[in-house]
Structures are given as C-alpha cells and as structure tokens.
Ligand binder design. Structure first.
Ligand code: ATP
Ligand code: F6P
Length: 441
C-alpha cells in the first residue's frame, strides 16, 4: 500500500522457464485476494438448485486455483437425523428445530475453522437459510470473524421444473435411502410445504446485505451491494448458468505434419489422415447426437466461430522442437516440466496455469451456450475437459486426449456424462508419459 492509501502496482520481473506457483496474494489469478474471505450463503426453498449451484461454483473456483469449499448443512443434519420425514421440518416441531439449528451451527463452526486455518478464500454455506432471522445470525457470525457475506437466493415458481427436480435428484437423496420413489416424492413435497410456511424472500429489510437473487433460473437477476472483484466474478458466473439439456463435443484438430514428426507447437498443415478426420467429423457428431439434439438442430446452419483464446499452449523457445530435442537442449527445463507440469512455464511461452486463465472467458461462453462443438489443441482440450470433469491440476496436464477421437460431455444435475467416439482413421499418439522422450508414433 502506498502512502496515499492506494495499492502501488509492483513491477515484478516475471521469470520464464520457471515454476510459477500461484502466490497467496493473487491466487494465480491476478486477483487481490490475500485477505479476501467470502461466505456465499445459499437461500431458497428445497429443490431450487442451491446444491447444484454451490457445487458448480466450487468447481469453477477450484479450476481457477481459488480455494473454495461447500459446507452443506443437510450433511451435518444427517449425522443426527439420517432419514427424516416431512414433519421433522415443521417449525412447530421443537425437537426438529433444535436438531436443525445444531446442524447449522456445526456447519458454520467448521466453516469458520476452515477460514481460520488460513487457506480458504470462498466458503459456500449450502442450506435453505430461508428466514430473515437465520440470515441475520449468519451475517453476525461472519461479521465477527471478518468474513464477507454474499447471499445467493434461488427463487423458482415453475411447478413443472420443481417436480422434475424432485424426481431427478430428491428421490435418490440419502434422506430417502431404500424408500419407494413415489412416497419419497410425496414426502419431499410436504417438506417444501413446511418450509413455505416460514420462508421469507430477501427484501428491502435486507437491503444493507450483499446479495444476488436468481429468479426462475436467471430469467431475472437482482444484484445488491456487490463489494469486490471476487464477489462480482461469482455473480457473473451465476448469471451465465442455465439448466437446459445440452452437450459439449470436444475434438482435437486432425493429425498435423508436426504431430507426425513429433514436433510440438507450430502451425503445421494437417496430414492426409488429418484431412480424412476433418471430413469424417460431422458424421461422428451426428452419430453421437441423440434424436432430440438432431431434431432440434436440423434447421440450423452451424455457425462457426474462431477464438484466439483457443490457440495451443505457447511453447516459447521450444516451439517446433521434439520432446527429445527439448530434453537435450534444455535439460533443466525438461525436468522441471516433468516435476510440475501444471505450473511450468516454457521459456518465452506459457504454462497450463496461464492457459487456464486465458480460457476463463471461453468457459463462461460454454456455460451460456447450448450444444456446441469445440475443435482445438491437446493442452487446451485438457484444460476445458478438466473444468467439466473436475480433474485436479496435478493430473490434468497428463491426461490422454488422443487424436481422431470425439469426446461428448453431457452435464447432468450432479455429474457430467462422458462418451468417446473413435474415428476409424489412424493417427500418431502425441502423448508423452512423465520421464519419457516419447517420439510420437
Ligand atoms: P435442498 O434444499 O433440498 O438441498 P436444493 O435447492 O439444493 O435443494 P438441488 O439439490 O441443487 O436443490 O436441486 C438440483 C436440481 O435443481 C437439478 O435438477 C437442477 O437442474 C435444478 N436447478 C438448478 N438450478 C436451478 C435453479 N436456479 N432453479 C431451479 N432449479 C434449478
Ligand atoms: O504435440 C501436440 C501438442 O498440441 C503440442 O503442440 C503442444 O505443445 C503439446 O501437444 C501439449 O501437450 P504437453 O503439454 O503434454 O506437452
């Protein structure tokens, strides 16, 4: 901080060809996050997508190296009441009230301990938090610890959607383990009725709080008193989410002449086999598309976009070399990259961490879009795949993403389904295991 009270930008020489660990100050994301601690407090009736939203936010932040964790009050409650019936959630049930309160307290205590341990930036308190009283209590606990609060209310009055949410995720919840799905759905509807008796939406009385209200899955969004950059990132992400059924298809470009010679980077032409794959790709997509996707898309001329942000990881001075040549000419670098491939930045080039940062707008675009096919390079596909499949950073740069293979990802409520279709067109493998010099073959 300068004398005038403003942050002075520090001119820091950024070394290249070194391991660039994220600094605590920026979380590797260029965000002044050193002292930022935010509790995202979910608000809303049951079956309004709160847990799904919480889980997505944690995955997104984790992908950006922002330490985030969900504290789900339901899980704490299950330790005292594993399979409650709707009556448990009736506020005139004193014992139920006591146990629910105890679960909320245990979750908040753990969250505060997690922040105190020093490595957390964003906690998500996943519960209905459906009364003003409860929200005031959370606000006070957070204020006392210097933790910012961001209330996220999901409101939805689309009865069909709520019913399908119940059938999709609630009847299989551990709360109804081993029970008849129809009875479970009926009981869950009664649970919602009990919540409705006391539910208070966030309103003018709470205008001093920082909040976002997502109404009918983002058809309308109300934002109040957003205070800092990280909060606005979270809100922006939430604004881009939708739950329409869709798939994301991922493919590498067809085999290139550089792939054949084992050279990395470059902008080489595609080989004859690569050309054959390019011709086969539309057929593969058709093959893997369900009837609904095909029917929906039948009148569309596919729009094609070129995104600079999808360029391959820049290998700097190593561009155009084979892995064996890199090992010979830059042995130290070669070893460093094997030791920490995610953070290693090529001399004059990029690391996987750098790529993730430049891909962030692409992820936002992918969240907004419906069916989409992305054709790009190996390292870029690994990063995009890691986001959707929640692959940890130490593993993502080592994943096999073969040439001439179409990957179809279909997001579901709490998971993403993956299918792989191999085109019957041979291609070299560009995969290199840790420690090997793998000439592509
Ligand atoms: P509970 O209070 O019982 O934990 P919840 O609000 O956490 O319920 P989820 O378990 O997240 O609800 O429900 C997931 C379902 O909600 C999914 O089927 C998902 O498609 C749907 N969903 C996701 N976002 C929204 C939203 N903004 N509004 C309504 N439904 C949504
Ligand atoms: O070999 C193909 C390629 O796309 C190169 O251009 C790129 O440098 C490399 O894959 C990325 O993979 P890795 O990070 O495993 O070296």
């Amino acid at each position: 901080m300068g004398e005038d009270g403003y942050f002075k930008p520090q001119m820091r020489k950024v070394p290249t060809g070194e391991l660039m660990q994220p600094s605590r100050k920026t979380n590797g994301y260029g965000v002044q996050a050193e002292d930022t601690r935010i509790c995202v407090v979910m608000v809303g009736l049951p079956a309004r997508g709160k847990s799904l939203i919480a889980q997505k936010v944690v995955r997104y932040l984790g992908w950006l190296s922002i330490p985030a964790k969900t504290f789900n009050v339901g899980q704490y409650r299950r330790s005292n009441t594993p399979t409650p019936t709707a009556e448990f959630f009736d506020t005139s049930n004193a014992e139920g009230e006591r146990l629910r309160r105890a679960a909320a307290e245990a979750a908040v205590d753990d969250m505060i301990r997690w922040f105190a341990a020093g490595s957390g930036t964003i906690a998500i308190l996943d519960a209905t938090n459906s009364t003003k009283d409860r929200r005031r209590w959370i606000q006070e606990r957070c204020d006392a610890e210097g933790i910012e609060t961001l209330f996220v209310e999901s409101k939805c009055d689309d009865e069909d959607l709520i019913m399908s949410n119940i059938l999709e995720v609630k009847t299989t919840s551990p709360d109804y383990k081993g029970q008849d799905p129809e009875k479970a759905a009926q009981d869950f509807r009664n649970r919602i009725k009990n919540y409705e008796k006391v539910y208070e939406t966030i309103d003018e009385d709470e205008s001093h709080m920082t909040y976002v209200k997502l109404i009918n899955v983002g058809k309308q969004v109300i934002i109040n008193r957003i205070q800092d950059y990280l909060q606005s990132r979270v809100v922006y992400y939430l604004m881009n989410l939708h739950i329409k059924p869709r798939s994301i298809w991922l493919s590498r470009h067809g085999e290139s002449n550089f792939n054949l010679s084992g050279q990395i980077g470059g902008d080489a032409d595609i080989s004859d086999r690569g050309e054959a794959y390019a011709r086969r790709l539309p057929e593969l997509v058709k093959q893997s598309a369900g009837d609904r996707e095909l029917t929906t898309a039948r009148f569309l001329e596919y729009e094609k976009l070129e995104w600079k942000a999808l360029d391959e990881l820049d290998s700097g001075v190593c561009d155009g070399l084979t892995y064996a040549e890199i090992a010979e000419q830059y042995p130290e670098d070669f070893k460093q990259r094997d030791d920490d491939k995610y953070n290693y930045r090529y001399l004059g080039g990029e690391s996987y961490r750098d790529v993730v940062i430049r891909l962030e707008p692409i992820i936002m675009e992918l969240e907004r879009s419906e069916n989409i096919l992305i054709v790009t390079h190996q390292a870029i596909l690994r990063c995009i795949y890691a986001y959707f499949m929640n692959v940890p950073q130490e593993r993502s740069p080592w994943m096999e993403v073969p040439l001439h293979t179409l990957i179809k990802l279909t997001p579901k409520a709490y998971s993403t389904i993956e299918e792989r279709l191999k085109a019957d067109i041979p291609a070299v493998s560009t995969f290199r295991e840790k420690g090997s010099l793998a000439k592509h073959q």
